[in-house]
Structure formats: C-alpha cells, structure tokens
Design a protein around this ligand. Structure first.
Ligand code: ANZ
Ligand code: ZN
Length: 849
C-alpha cells in the first residue's frame, strides 16, 4: 500500500480550517470560555525547533480544551520591536520596518504549516502604531499614577561611536562595532516604579499554585526581600551620618569597619579633593560591576582615613573604606563589616588586617577559634554588651529596639528588586509620548495626538539614535505654552510590549488599549506556555503590569497567568572533528559502537553530548525540512512522545522516522477499517474487551491531557492501535465496534496529530464533526474498574486471598489482608516485623515473637 500522502492531506486541512475560520474565538458563544497562550515569537525570520515544540504543546492544550467544550481563545502575534532589526538595517541597508514585516510574513506561513488551532483574526504586531499607540496611552496613565518617573541612570557609552549600547552590544567590555572600551555614563532616563509592588508581587506568588515551583522560587529570589535595620553611623567629629543597611544588627558589637560603594554620594564628594581615591574609583569602574562578577572578583578597598563612631560603644571608632564589593544600588550603598560572621567581610578584613571580633557562638560561653571563622550559623551573643546571652533572633530585635529608642537607626525591609529603566536610545521601539519644553519641562503628548509614530525615513549612517538626528521628527511645539519644543527621542524597552499583549488579545481591534469587560471575562490566561529563560523578567513585568493596570482601572484581575508551563529545550547530538571543529550530524557516519567518520573526508569524528540545538554547535535541525520530508503530524507526534513537556527533548533521526511510521500505520489501519465497513460481518466475539479498552483509554487520556502528560497520551494510543490492528485482522469484531474504536482512537489523538485524524474521521463520520471534534464520554459500564485477587502469605505460607479493585492504595490492601480470619489467627499476640506488598498481586507478612 502506498504511504500516507501527508503533503496533500495536511495542506487540505490547513486550508479548510482557514476557510471555515475553525479557530476564531466567538466572544458571543454560550460555551464556557478559556484562554491558552504561548509566548509570542520575535520575528527573526525563521522558525526553529524550539518554536515548534512550544507551539505544539500549546496547540495540544488548546485543541483538547476545545474538544472538552470550551470556547478557546488561542491567539498569535509578534514581539516585533528590538535590536536585531536595527542591526539588519545597518548591515543590509533595509529599513527595520521592512525587514520586520517581511520576516513576519515568512514566519506566519511557517507557523501556519504547523497546523496550529490559532485565531489569526486577532493577530497583532507590536511594531505597528495600532499596538504601540495604545502602549503610549498606558505609559501616560502609569505616569499620571506616579508609576513612571525620570531619573539619572547609568548607561553603557561607546566613546568612539558616540552612542549608548545595549548590554548585549557590550562584548568583553568593548563596543560590538567600534571595539572601544565601553564607559559608564549617567543619563536622564525613564523608569517604571515596579518596586512599589515588591511586596504584593512577593505575596501573590503564594496564589500561583499552577506555576512551577522553580519559577516561583526564582521570582522570590529576584524580589529578594531582606528584613533588617538601617543604622546611622556618625562620621567622627562631624554631624554627618552614613546610613547602612544590615540584616544582622545583632552583630553590631563585632563591627570592625564601614565600607561604601564607589558611587556613594559621600565618596564622590571626597574624591574631589583626593586624587588617590579618584584613581581608585576609576580602577573599580573598569572592572565589571555586576553582582555576579563582583562575588568572584578580588576584593579591593581604599582606606579613606576617616572613621565613624560605633553606635553602641562610646569612644570606639571604625575606619571608613571604599570597596568594590559594595553594590551602589542595594540598601544604602554602604555597609558595616563584621568579619567574624560574614564571608566577604572576613576576606576583606584578612586582606586589610582589620580586627575580627567573634560575637556569636554556637556554644554560649566559649569563643570560636580563628579556624572556625567566619561563623554564619545560629548561636548565643557574646562580648556584646546588653545583647550578651541572647540568641540571634532575640538579639536582632533587641538591637533594633535599642537603635530606635536612641534615634540611631530603625527596623527596615529592603528588596533586591530595582525599578525598571525603560528608556532605550534607539529607533526601533515604541516612542515615548512626551515633549520636552524649555520652560514647561516634560509634557505628555495630548491624547488626541496619539499615536506618536516612528518616522520611516531614517538613516543609520551616523552612529547614535536615528530619531535624535532625524532632520524634522523631534521638532514640535509645546502642548502647554506652544513654544518650540522637542520630542523625547528615547524609545521604550521591548519588555514593555510583552507586558500587556495578553490583555490586548482579548479585544485586539478595540479603540481602547484594553477592553475592560472582555479582559475581565477572559483573564487570567488559563495556560501560558514558554521558555524558562523568561522565568524572571518577562513574567515579573507582566505580573506588575497586571497589578498596575488594575490600579489604573483597566481590569480587576491581579495576576495574568493561572497555569504556567515552561517547556524544556530541544537538544540534539553534537560532533567534532579531529581539529575540534563542530560537524553537523548529517555529515557523520556511524562505523562502530562508538566510532564515527566524516562523510566528506572519511576522517575520524568524536561524538559529543546532546546539547541544546544551536547554530554555533552545528546541531540544528530545520523544521522546514522535517515537515517537508515527514509531514507536520509526524514532527508534532515525535516532539510530544518522548518526555513530559517540562523536560528537555532529544531530537533524533530514528525518533522522527518512528513517528512517521506510526502515522502511516494509523493511516493504513484507518483505511482498512473504512473498507471493512463496506462489507458487513456479524462476528462480535471480540467486541466487549476491545470496547472496554477503548473506553478505558478515553478516561486515561483525559487524565493524561489534564496533567500535560502528552507522552502518556501517545503511549496509550499506541496500545489501542495495537489492539485495533489485531481485532481487524482476523475479523473477530463487529463493524460497529470497529467504527466506534477507530473513532475513539482518532479523537484521542486529534490534539496531537490533527491532520491525519481529521482526514480519517471525515471519512468515518462527516466533515462537520471532523472540523469540530468533541471529546467523547467513556461509557461508565465499560470502564467499571476491574477487580484483582490479592494473595496473602504469612511467613511464606499461603493464608488466603481477597478481591479488591485494581491499583487500590497500599493501606487499603493491607487493611483487608489483616482482616482475613486465617491471618488474624496467625498474627494474634505476635508483632508484624515486615510487610511486603506487590501491587495487584500479593501481601507477604513476616511475623515473630
Ligand atoms: C552587617 C552584617 C554582619 C551583615 C553579618 C551580614 C552578616 P542580604 O541578605 O542579601 O539582604 N550589605 C548591605 N548593603 C550592601 C551593599 N550595598 N552591597 C553589598 N552588601 C551589602 O544582604 C544584606 C547584608 O549585605 C547586610 O547585612 C550587609 O552586611 C550587606 F555577620 O550587615 B550585613
Ligand atoms: Zn511649554
């Protein structure tokens, strides 16, 4: 028999779905509504396997829920602003807009070839004014609420190109194009006050029980709540204070220095008359300043020669250092060091020969020896004045009390979360709807003048922001005083667009950014599917936007995504030649158990680990080729068959071929049954077992789908396929049972492989029901759980048996075993030393005494 003509059938169904708008969300439907969303793609111009996996997972969920009777909103759009379009413009002399829109066209076709149940009538692209214009309105509302403000922030400055660089344009400290050493510069920029929601963002994590624990933890750490105290240290001999934040006010008696970040306002002032200090600051600014880099970098300090008074011990002073390990944007940018009880402080004190005074000991009276330090555990306070004898927790409270009573400090909660700087000095982003007037300052662009659109005629010949040197674009008049004024030329961080697109999808053509009633009805997104790389920034910003827009009156919800599924990576075997160069798997032939040679030159090849598909490792597989060779159903089936979706997935040639073979088997089986249906037979011998199996599958599938165990769905389907193949061959099943079982099998697989199943179901039933598959209910009489007989042994001797339902819990099984009269006789007055339970088979009791 010829193999399954997937090309013809897949394109037939894709055009049928498109023509019938099968997946258009009907807001007026009386069905219960639900919302399934995959993280929208960046239009890079080509689809990779990671996309295929992401969208296949989302599609299975959407199709399953739709079969269950939900009206499913399942939209798609484009996260279309961002740097690559500008880079392409510079390299290829096209405009970012043309480049992006062309990529969208290409990728839309590629997505359509995946046969996804998407509502394309809701498609949006964030780079078009009908999206970003609404974002400008949101920007203004957040500004009016005090949630957006202007402040000086640091940027990466390329001194040769005279332009601001994005972090990803800084490579090893140098500008990506000029190669010049990048400098830090302060610029006036726009910031979003996400910190105003720090506590709520933290608290509401507890409500997200549909999120992976790992993601919740990562957000928790990112928000980074720390409880402690602010301590005012007086600079000796002045009435100036340095405030430090500490989580260990209990260790104040062990303080031996204070350290300030190089950007601390005091330090900047001192450096003005201290050339050595100024040189030290320059030195620190040349080395990386991220927290991660600093944690491993060598600790550097500069002794200012100044001191502060100890807040608890009169007459005692502590030296003030400027140190590279103090972060400028955490707490107050200053700390007191307690070397006996902190790793970093210990390293620093050892290097600069500062006193190391233990003040906490796990054994009350005795002091720890030098080798035990730093000691960061719990214990009792020693050598600590009024705190001596208290445990750490009590001492923390006492110290804060004391600080507050004496006006030298107070309890303080600090968050690691920073406000979000959203200004970008580039062209391809959403223009910030503000006008700067020399007399009125920054003024919002009046609502009736929105959207502020990007000019198309920009040049990338000069370095820097094209909006800045466009001849006319920025020149306008002040909305308030009508004098000449300039538009803001910064554009918004592209994370802004992805922070609210799920709201826009609810009413994508509406005049307002968000249609309140519709969004309230459809939110939260029931299933949100995407990569773990977005665990923090995107997901935190989207949560923040939801809360901020709630407070601006847009919606009533506080959280955007009920269930979050983060899919694993798509991996593939890697190979290297003798020179250590990566080689693509296609160019390699297996010659022995673990030996490979190059197909091009016959030289030996080393097999490496399976790793995330990436161009640099030459282990990518192009979805386009796979779909052309095997069909999209085979690709979907393979990508879902192996592992639960959260885990990494290993691509293999054998795997995709196996899936292709299964689809062909299913096709042949279906065709054979459809032929059989023409020639009546009355043999019904095998009806009951086959029907039971089929109906049990319906129940098992539901459970597996509900848990996103798609690999189990597929394993069950293979089992039913085997049974059905055996039933059709000797013709020992009635036609009605064959039809029924085939229909169940096809329904069960429709979410995974919608093309081949729709085609066969259209033949088996009719086109209409194939276009709108509804999930069948298992017949309760056929799935009644079957009973098993459990044998009971005592000390290896058979003592009887009992009936119980399959897979009964161990405790129930044991209870029943212990009730058997023969067992009761055997164990009375003795103790059960051991019990071995073999599920569904045997209980073995070992008794003694
Ligand atoms: C004294 C002390 C004694 C501290 C001790 C720790 C242990 P978390 O827990 O992450 O919130 N710190 C404060 N501001 C800092 C800054 N800008 N850059 C670097 N470190 C800073 O960290 C809080 C602790 O980190 C604070 O508590 C402070 O050191 C330090 F035995 O104060 B601690
Ligand atoms: Zn003005």
């Amino acid at each position: 028999m010829a193999s399954y003509p997937f090309r013809q059938i897949e394109s037939k169904w894709q055009s049928l779905w498109a023509k019938k708008e099968s997946f258009a969300f009907n807001a007026a439907s009386s069905k219960p509504k639900t919302y399934v969303l995959e993280m929208f793609p960046y239009p890079s111009g080509h689809l990779h396997m990671g996309h295929v996996r992401n969208y296949a997972i989302g599609d299975v969920i959407a199709r399953y829920l739709s079969g269950k009777g939900y009206e499913v909103l399942h939209p798609m759009g484009w996260d279309a602003f961002g740097l690559p379009a500008e880079n392409a413009a510079i390299q290829n002399k096209t405009s970012p807009k043309e480049w992006t829109l062309r990529n969208i066209d290409v990728m839309r076709d590629q997505l359509k070839s995946l046969g996804l149940s998407l509502d394309w009538t809701r498609e949006l692209a964030t780079c078009l004014p009908n999206y970003y214009g609404h974002e400008q309105k949101i920007f203004q509302d957040l500004y009016k609420k005090g949630l957006i403000y202007r402040t000086e922030s640091w940027v990466n400055w390329d001194p040769v190109d005279h332009s601001v660089l994005a972090n990803e344009q800084v490579i090893n400290g140098r500008g990506w194009r000029s190669g010049a050493l990048v400098e830090k510069r302060k610029l006036m920029q726009w910031s979003v006050k996400i910190t105003a929601y720090a506590q709520e963002l933290l608290d509401d994590l507890k409500t997200l029980d549909g999120w992976p624990e790992k993601v919740v933890k990562m957000q928790e750490n990112w928000i980074g709540r720390s409880e402690g105290a602010l301590v005012h240290f007086r600079i000796t001999g002045t009435d100036q204070h340095i405030d430090v934040f500490t989580t260990r006010p209990d260790t104040l008696f062990g303080a031996s220095f204070c350290a300030l970040s190089v950007n601390h306002p005091c330090v900047e002032a001192w450096a003005a008359h201290n050339p050595d200090l100024a040189a030290f600051i320059r030195l620190c600014q040349q080395t990386p300043t991220t927290e991660e880099a600093l944690s491993t970098a060598e600790k550097l300090g500069f002794n200012t020669g100044l001191t502060v008074d100890h807040p608890f011990v009169s007459g005692q002073t502590l030296p003030i250092f400027v140190a590279n390990f103090v972060l400028s944007d955490y707490g107050t940018g200053a700390l007191f060091g307690c070397p006996a009880h902190d790793e970093r402080d210990h390293e620093f004190a050892t290097k600069y020969q500062l006193p190391i005074l233990p003040v906490v000991s796990p054994f009350a009276e005795t002091t720890l020896t030098a080798e035990d330090l730093p000691y960061t555990g719990d214990g009792i306070l020693i050598h600590s004045g009024f705190l001596t004898g208290q445990n750490v927790a009590d001492a923390r409270r006492s110290a804060i009390d004391h600080l507050e009573k004496n006006n030298i400090g107070e309890g303080r909660i600090t968050y690691r979360l920073r406000d979000w700087c959203v200004s970008r000095q580039r062209y391809w982003g959403c223009p910030i709807p503000v006008i700067h007037c020399p007399s009125c300052g920054p003024v919002l662009v009046p609502g009736d003048q929105l959207p502020v659109t990007l000019p198309d005629d920009v040049s990338f010949d000069k370095p820097g922001n094209p909006l800045e040197h466009h001849p006319t674009w920025k020149h306008t008049s002040c909305p308030t005083c009508h004098e000449p004024a300039c538009r803001e030329t910064d554009t918004l961080d592209t994370f802004m667009e992805s922070s609210w697109y799920f709201l826009r999808f609810c009413a994508p053509h509406g005049d307002e950014p968000v249609h309140t009633a519709t969004a309230n009805e459809l939110l939260p997104v029931q299933w949100y599917i995407g990569g773990i790389e977005h665990a923090v920034l995107h997901l935190l910003y989207a949560r923040f936007f939801t809360k901020a827009l709630r407070d601006c009156g847009y919606i009533t919800h506080s959280e955007p995504f009920k269930n979050l599924l983060t899919q694993g990576m798509v991996c593939h075997q890697t190979f290297k030649d003798e020179d250590g160069q990566w080689v693509t798997p296609d160019a390699v032939e297996k010659t022995g158990q673990n030996t490979y040679v190059s197909l091009t030159d016959g030289r030996a090849i080393r097999a490496g680990r399976s790793e995330k598909m990436s161009k640099s490792k030459k282990n990518v597989v192009d979805p386009k080729e796979i779909i052309e060779t095997y069909g999209v159903d085979a690709a979907r089936l393979f990508m879902l068959s192996d592992n639960p979706p959260e885990r990494d997935f290993d691509w293999s040639a054998e795997g995709i071929e196996g899936s292709w073979r299964f689809i062909n088997r299913l096709w042949r089986l279906g065709t054979r049954i459809l032929e059989r249906v023409q020639t009546p037979s009355t043999n019904e011998a095998g009806d009951l077992p086959l029907r039971q199996l089929a109906h049990q599958m319906l129940a098992k599938w539901s459970e597996a789908y509900e848990r996103q165990s798609f690999h189990k769905v597929i394993a069950f389907a293979r089992e039913l396929t085997n049974a059905l193949e055996q039933a059709v061959d000797p013709e020992n099943v009635s036609i009605s049972t064959l039809r029924e079982t085939l229909d169940i099998l096809l329904l069960g697989l429709t979410p995974v492989i919608p093309h081949v199943t729709s085609e066969l179901r259209a033949e088996l039933t009719d086109i209409e029901s194939a276009l709108a598959p509804t999930w069948a209910q298992p017949d309760p009489t056929l799935i009644a759980t079957t009973q098993v007989t459990i044998a009971v042994q005592v000390n290896g001797k058979m003592r009887g048996s009992f009936e119980i339902e399959v897979d009964a819990p161990e405790s129930t099984v044991l209870e029943k075993a212990l009730e058997l009269p023969s067992v009761v006789r055997d164990i009375t007055g003795k103790t059960i030393k051991k019990q071995i339970i073999v599920p569904n088979r045997i209980v073995n009791l070992v008794v003694g005494g």
